[in-house]
Design a protein around this ligand. Structure first.
Ligand SMILES: *Cc1c(COP(=O)(O)O)cnc(C)c1O
Length: 340
């Protein structure tokens, strides 16, 4: 399978001691928030495989989608610029009402000052097309329509699904588990496998790759995917489908470890956090220097902390996969106004 070397690997694996003590678990953190410079986070591991495929097909344009502050869209835009590709981002804007029948409208940078991920999208010259939440439900068809239009103009477009979550992208996390196994074998984290892996789940690709790779490389026997939106059955289906797709790419892949989706920490809605979640993010940052974000990692870590408080993980060796998201935090300073 083709793979581009884009990320800074291996990412660190370390123990935040004071935080682990406060939580009453043997906590370790895989720092995929340090997997690159501005392109850091979990998406770069998926894009190493996906963009290798796009280049192998001699494509010159990538099209993808996500929420307005999508980390996946930002990472795709940066890597596209790095590789000399054009990037088209179809981004969902909650307050938008007219998007020209789903074709999308450009971002008026004079009216809405770009911040967080969007600022970076603009810096690297991505073609942003804003769409309504209603249109977003037809995102696959809309990306196909955009691709068709590009083909008529002589371009060679490549569509990347939401979150880079397909079988090819998920291979990035099968490989991440191999990387952790190699770190353990070299003596990191006392050289011992973990009891459970916990991470934020938003489109299912990371969970699928971790579930397969954790088994293959004996990293941990169980995975808890903390959903940040939707519900458990939706993600169970999506993750199961992506696991099947991975096996299609690599028939050598065996069983997955036992895994569960936990939607108890998703909060009010996607990208909207609670007072308690933000307090947990602040306490975590002050006990460890780990910066969580209010859309993904802050919610997942809040869910982990709740499990600890309920006494469900006492003394267990827990690996928290920090999947990034810092620009999303920087886009929400207002959310913390009541915390100072
Ligand atoms: C996309 C994302 C996730 C979720 O990963 P999926 O593979 O989409 O489930 C978690 N954390 C951050 C910071 C992300 O950007």
């Amino acid at each position: 399978m083709k793979r581009l070397a884009l990320a800074h690997l291996p990412t660190p694996l370390h123990q935040p001691k004071k935080l682990a003590e406060a939580m009453g678990i043997d906590l370790w953190v895989k720092r995929d928030d340090a997997s690159a410079g501005a392109a850091a986070g979990n998406k770069i591991r998926k894009l190493e495989f996906i963009l290798a495929d796009a280049l192998a097909q001699e494509c010159d344009t990538v099209i993808t989608c996500g929420g307005i502050q999508s980390n996946h869209a930002r990472t795709t835009a940066i890597l596209a610029a790095r590789l000399g590709l054009r990037a088209i981002l179809m981004l969902r804007l909650p307050e938008l009402t007219d998007d020209r029948q789903g074709a999308g409208v450009p971002l008026d940078k004079k009216k809405i000052s770009p911040k967080g991920n969007v600022l970076i999208d603009c810096m690297v010259g991505a073609d942003i097309r804003l769409i309504t939440p209603q249109s977003y439900q037809r995102r696959t068809a809309l990306m196909q329509a955009a691709a068709e239009q590009l083909r008529e103009q002589g371009a060679k477009p490549y569509i990347i699904p939401e979150g880079g979550s397909n079988g090819l992208g998920a291979m990035g996390y099968v490989e991440a588990m191999r990387e952790i196994r190699e770190q353990l074998d070299l003596g990191a984290a006392e050289g011992k496998a973990f009891d459970v892996i916990v991470h934020a789940c938003g489109s299912g690709g990371t969970s699928a790759g971790v579930a397969l790779g954790a088994k293959q490389y004996q990293v941990a026997p169980h995975l808890i995917a903390m959903a940040v939106c939707d519900d458990e059955p939706t993600f169970e289906q999506r993750i199961t489908d992506i696991i099947d797709e991975c096996r299609h790419h690599d028939p050598q892949l065996g069983e997955a470890v036992s895994w569960q989706v936990d939607a108890s920490a998703k909060g009010p809605a996607y990208a909207i956090s609670t007072e308690a979640q933000r307090s947990c993010m602040l306490e975590t940052a002050q006990l460890s220097g780990l910066l969580l974000d209010p859309v993904y990692t802050g919610k997942a870590f809040f869910g982990l902390w709740n499990l600890c408080r309920a006494g469900e993980l006492q003394k267990q060796r827990v690996l928290f996969l920090h999947t990034g998201g810092l620009p999303g935090l920087l886009a929400q300073p207002h959310a913390f106004a009541s915390h100072w």
